[in-house]
Design a protein around this ligand. Structure first.
Ligand code: HEM
Length: 412
């Protein structure tokens, strides 16, 4: 008899009360971990992200030119939103969803998830600080990118050890494949980021990515990372929350394949082909997810505002607006405002809208079985987001394309 068998016999079986106490304690630990990631993400969204974004926009509209402000500041804002906000949310929800963590297996400690979260947020904060204040940026840039990559690799190790079933042949659901595509997109984003940061610190006179590289990098971060995660979560949650029919998994797989090719073209700088393929992949995903098909049952709006299904569907309208504006930008002679409009139709109209909708639906329950504080505030937030995004996207098109000069004044 080996040591493990002796230990197993010597160990008293747990009573139901002990099992309940152990599981509850583990659940509380996980809720605290999730709250850490979500609060960190929200702070990044609010101050380094939105506050700096608004500041940039006020300057741009005052001077009536996007290139009138520092690219380093613009990139500090983008980095804080994409990796600080959306990245922290995804890592937090990812850790929270690993069953192994919930069962308290010895192979994994919740402590390492806290460490990874701290490393991640420190990395994003250092980047913001270096880009905005330019203090020691040659050192801080590679350090920040290394912290982010290391935190991601810790997360990746934890999730990749996750087996979906305890017995029998493991079968992964389609939404998990889409999330895996997003995870690979995040890895590529972080590798590109590290390579570029090292290059900047050795060769450049400023901490900002050169414009041509930045545009390609953003295609990977937006379409290869964020959009895949939103599609994956949509495939998992929309049938439950919106009552939509089950996703067409094959079509969703084809949409993902088209998008991977599109991101490849984007990375190679072939933007016309990339944007055309993004139209196809987004249309296929909308069809596959059955967002606008007749639902199979009523939406579950208990605990949230009844307008919830309308706003979720509006996010997918914003997705289509974003890809069509992208096609326009790729073919225009004066595209800078169009890229900005397309980018924010995607990041604010699609990604932020979905996070505001689904986040308010699931996060209170995940964070210790709480209820949403106020469904009226939820409605107000979603309405303001919609109006703000509509003014921003339309303003950017009308102002930069010199269609309506007054659009410069409503842009901020
Ligand atoms: C109140 C909300 C926001 C404001 C006022 C804002 C403002 C701006 C401005 C002025 C720019 C530079 C010019 C342009 O591209 O139009 C910019 C760029 C950008 N924004 Fe936003 N933004 C907001 C929300 C978001 C969100 C929610 C995300 C992502 C989730 C995001 C991601 C980005 C990215 C990736 C860039 C490009 C950065 C680069 O050039 O590297 N923004 N934003």
């Amino acid at each position: 008899m080996n040591r493990t068998q002796v230990q197993a016999i010597a160990r008293e079986p747990e009573t139901p009360e002990e099992i309940f106490a152990r599981t509850s304690a583990r659940e509380v630990q996980l809720s605290h971990l999730l709250i850490f990631f979500i609060s960190g993400g929200l702070l990044f969204m609010l101050l380094p992200g939105t506050f700096l974004g608004v500041w940039n926009l006020i300057s741009i509209s005052g001077r009536r030119a996007a290139d009138s402000i520092s690219p380093s500041w613009i990139q500090a804002h983008g980095h804080a939103q994409v990796l600080g906000w959306i990245g922290s949310f995804i890592l937090g929800i990812g850790y929270y969803s690993i069953p192994k963590l919930r069962r308290g297996s010895q192979t994994f400690a919740v402590g390492s998830a806290w460490f990874a979260g701290t490393l991640w947020m420190t990395g994003v904060l250092l980047r913001w600080f270096a880009n905005v204040y330019l203090w020691q940026w040659r050192v801080l840039l590679p350090v920040s990118a290394t912290f982010e990559l290391a935190a991601f690799l810790m997360f990746f190790r934890a999730v990749s050890q996750h087996k979906p079933q305890d017995s029998g042949k493991p079968k992964l659901e389609t939404w998990i494949f889409v999330a895996i595509a997003g995870t690979i997109g995040l890895l590529v984003t972080l590798l590109l980021n590290l390579g570029a940061c090292v290059w900047l610190s050795l060769r450049s006179s400023s901490p900002a990515f050169p414009q041509a590289f930045d545009q390609r990098f953003l295609i990977v971060a937006a379409w290869g990372f964020m959009v895949f995660f939103v599609w994956g979560f949509s495939a998992k949650w929309l049938p439950v929350f919106l009552g939509t029919r089950d996703p067409d998994n094959r079509l969703l797989g084809i949409a993902v394949a088209f998008q991977v090719v599109a991101v490849g073209f984007g990375l190679a700088g072939i933007l016309r082909t990339a944007t055309a393929l993004l139209v196809v992949s987004s249309l296929l995903a909308i069809l596959a997810l059955q967002v606008f098909s007749r639902p199979k049952q009523a939406a579950k709006t208990k605990g949230v505002h009844i307008s919830f299904p309308v706003f979720v569907r509006s996010a997918y309208v914003w997705l289509m607006i974003a890809v069509l504006l992208g096609v326009w930008a790729a073919n225009a002679t004066n595209p800078s405002g169009l890229w900005g409009a397309s980018r924010h139709a995607l990041t604010v109209g699609f990604v932020a809208m979905m996070v505001f909708c689904v986040g308010q639906r699931v996060l209170p329950a995940f964070s210790g079985m709480r209820l949403l504080f106020s469904s009226k505030l939820m409605f107000a937030g979603l309405l303001l987001l919609t109006v703000g995004c509509a003014l921003r996207v339309s303003g950017e098109v009308l102002a930069y394309q010199e269609i309506v000069a007054a659009a410069w004044t409503w842009l901020p």
